[in-house]
Design a protein. Structure first.
Length: 299
């Protein structure tokens, strides 16, 4: 998002450009390029004079003339970045911002032409725009990664994966670690993928959101899991500890003997204790009710 001052500067430049010879609609990129290529270039003496007027008198008219005379440089540099698939007009606009920054900081007494000085600022703005917009996820953040990003494509001989020898050679040329070259090549060869399917048909189940999502870390599920573990350990042992030996034996034999829930039958326990199956059922019901009251404290 451009600031208000930046937008004002762009409008001023466009107005001045129209006065200096632009014709037709500037909304057309081809018309714009054709127009900037017809703008007159400054001689060395004119450039020095205008730069001094800007520095000493804050002459914005001088700044506009310097910017307009170098718009063709921005167009030329922008062509070199068309391979990233971003709009040509956007690249030019970002480059124009860099050009205006260069004009503002240009010192005519350093013995350097503005065209040489401005290239750094123009490229810097384009690089920043590309890094922010080339992918949804930023692919380069550190200085070495940014250097790799803009050099790897030009050094690669083809779209195929690089061989170990090519990786070593490039790492040596760019003075970075070979692991960084491999990682950046992997990032460049990848692509953005929507988490959710773009249609409402059966493709939904194949979207990444269907198999990448996990409820394991969801706070409610975490609390429930912890509560269940506490109930299974502390709560169960506490509830069993409050039963008499016979009641505990019946509950354990009926419900805790096997993981699959296939415990002893009422008749088996009736034979063990020498009572009827109905009596075992009654003892079990009382024991479970008593345990439920104890376990509520852990729920």
């Amino acid at each position: 998002m451009k600031s208000a001052s930046t937008r004002t500067a762009l409008v001023a430049n466009e107005t001045q450009a129209l006065a200096l010879g632009f014709s037709g609609s500037l909304g057309n990129i081809d018309a714009y390029i054709s127009a900037v290529n017809r703008l007159p270039m400054l001689s060395h003496d004119e450039e020095i004079s205008l730069a001094r007027d800007l520095r000493q008198k804050n002459d914005l008219g001088a700044a506009q003339k310097m910017v307009l005379s170098h718009l063709r440089l921005v167009v030329s540099i922008a062509r070199g970045y068309l391979g990233y698939g971003l709009p040509h007009a956007d690249l030019i606009q970002e480059g124009n911002i860099g050009l205006m920054k260069a004009v503002k900081r240009f010192d005519p007494d350093q013995g350097v032409r503005l065209v040489s000085y401005a290239m750094h600022w123009i490229k810097a703005e384009m690089h920043e725009y590309i890094l922010k917009n080339w992918r949804l996820v930023k692919v380069a953040t550190t200085k070495s990664q940014r250097k790799l990003f803009f050099n790897l494509r030009s050094h690669k001989e083809s779209l195929d994966a690089m061989t170990p020898a090519q990786v070593d050679a490039l790492a040596k040329t760019l003075e970075v670690k070979r692991e960084e070259v491999i990682e950046m090549e992997t990032r460049l060869s990848g692509r953005d993928m929507a988490l959710e399917a773009q249609s409402d048909d059966d493709d939904d189940k194949f979207a990444p959101i269907a198999y990448l999502s996990s409820d394991a870390g969801e706070p409610t599920n975490v609390m429930e899991a912890r509560q269940y573990d506490r109930l299974q350990s502390e709560g169960l042992q506490s509830a069993l500890g409050k039963l008499d030996p016979r009641s505990r034996r019946i509950v354990e034999a009926r419900w805790l003997a096997n993981d699959d829930g296939s415990g002893a039958t009422l008749h088996e326990l009736a034979d063990e204790f020498g009572v009827s199956a109905e009596r075992i059922r009654q003892i079990e019901a009382v024991a479970l009710k008593k345990m439920k009251g104890t376990l509520q404290a852990y729920a």
